[in-house]
Write a protein that binds this ligand. Structure first.
Ligand code: AMP
Length: 205
């Protein structure tokens, strides 16, 4: 018998190195699809700000540019997927990042497609080091590639936010974590026939 509930869900995984544009594209796709963006990075940053137990544990890994332990991340996602707005599917941004995370996800969510945004390492540093966002609405900007319009942010109430880990020192560690722990996931999803590669080294549109 068909499980009709699962068939009506679309779960997109946005895959790629830090600074590839996953968050930027997720925001645009959110407008186009209505699916919520589920960013483990955003969830962890909120936990750090709120000084929760998870936040306090995650902070030391995040500050070092290392991955937060799988158990912490899997629990976060399991809880997030119980929320009402996840019923018709979500766009995962920055999750899964390890094979164990992907295996755990497969136990309770069917992934529909993995969109891999490919950007060479030497472009990542300049992308990450110039980026900032609007603390009010979350819109993402970049000093060089996507500057704040003279008229300001579309939300009308811009406040500049830069991430503590968007520094040259931390980017190197984050890229290393990506190559060593996250890249192997490409083969995992390729074998499942879900992996679609997209050239992300071009303009946002
Ligand atoms: P992001 O905003 O996706 O670049 O994530 C920022 C930081 O949060 C990463 O450098 C990791 O320390 C941590 N993080 C986010 N998502 C994950 C994940 N799926 N697994 C492990 N650590 C994560």
């Amino acid at each position: 018998m068909l499980d009709t509930e699962r068939w009506t869900m679309i779960n997109i995984v946005l895959f790629g190195p830090p600074g590839a544009g996953k968050g930027t594209q997720a925001q645009r796709m959110m407008e186009a699809t209505g699916l919520p963006q589920v960013s483990t990075g955003d969830m962890l940053r909120a936990a750090v700000m709120a000084k929760t137990v998870v936040g306090l544990e995650a902070k030391k890994f995040m500050d070092a540019g290392a991955l937060v332990p799988d158990e912490v991340i899997i629990d976060l996602i399991r809880e997030r997927m119980k929320e009402d707005d996840a019923k018709e599917g979500v766009m995962f941004d920055g999750f899964p990042r390890t094979v164990p995370q992907a295996e755990a996800l497969a136990e309770f969510v069917e992934v529909s497609i993995v969109l891999a945004i490919e950007v060479p390492d030497d472009r990542i540093v300049e992308r990450i080091c110039g980026r900032f966002s609007c603390g009010n609405c979350g819109a993402v900007y970049h000093d060089k590639f996507n500057p704040l319009p003279e008229s300001g942010c579309e939300c009308g109430s811009f406040s500049e936010k830069r991430r503590a880990d968007d520094t040259e020192e931390t980017v190197a560690a984050r890229l290393q974590a990506y190559h060593e722990q996250t890249s192997p996931l490409a083969a995992f999803y390729r074998e499942a026939g879900l992996f679609v590669s997209i050239d992300g080294d071009r303009d946002i549109d």
